[in-house]
Design a protein around this ligand. Sequence first.
Ligand code: TRP
Length: 324
Amino acid sequence: MATYLSGIQPSGLPHLGNYFGAIRQHVELPARGGEHFYFIADYHALTTSRDPAELRARVREIAVAYIALGLDTERALLFRQSDVPEVCELTWLLSTVTGMGLLERAVSYRDKVEKGIAATVGLFIYPALMASDILAYDSNFVPVGADQKQHVEIARDMAASFNSTYGETFVLPEFVASANPKVPGLDGEKMSKSYGNTIWIFETGKALKKVVGRVLTDSRAPEEPKDPAGVLLLDLLRLFLAPGEQAEWEARVRAGGVGAPGYGHLKQRLIEVIEEHFAPARKRREELLADPGEVDAILARGAERARARAAATRDRALAACGLR
Ligand code: TRP
């Protein structure tokens, strides 16, 4: 039976980029069978977070979002990374068989430092902790965004180097590319918390209207024929619309003339589809927030099972290297 595992950083309120790039796929995968482990990477979050109350709130928001969006928690385990401290032990074991050069080649470290994130030891060994997350559950497949591919390769290298030193201990994982729709932010750059250009998936009413109002447009009149490829609102609509309706909007924008939709019309439609698409999950989220016990129980059950698996792997690794 194949084992799938992925982690998501609690970096803020889940936005459309998080949803289409990761969460949606994690919610859909368990129906195909196999074992599924999805966790909130709160240990990793400490490489950037300095506010305990905010971190706690963000972790809960991600857990609530997965459940509200329909993750089948019978088939998939949902848990907090820090409820499985065994991964920290594995991080140490792996770090002793990993050459400095392997981590020095990790691009995410350099990217993050360039963006102004503190160059801590934790940030540097981030890939070793991520490798432990992956190896702890004997994961075969790791569905993540392309930006995480190198990390999965590093995990594979670390596992191979431990295995060749101490004998077969870890399963070698494979990267699985996430469905990769382009999710542009309000300004047309990639939607990302760090660019301040996100749309929260559960936004609604006036607040949604306001944020969609900020989607970048230009001063061209509705009547002016336009290349749909240059209309950011159409890129956002494409994430939600059936191909037929999408083609219709594009044709009308391309044709221009009397009755062609203006940016205001496209914004109105975008607001409608966001409201509709997330309506059931938004309702479920409200229920989950009103009854925190349900979320706690799901996380506790996930943690308990995940931890048993990780402890078995840890024991195997300790025995292999002579500590048991
Ligand atoms: N680094 C991942 C990200 O930022 C999160 C993560 C942590 C992860 N551990 C993982 C993803 C293990 C997959 C597997 O998105």
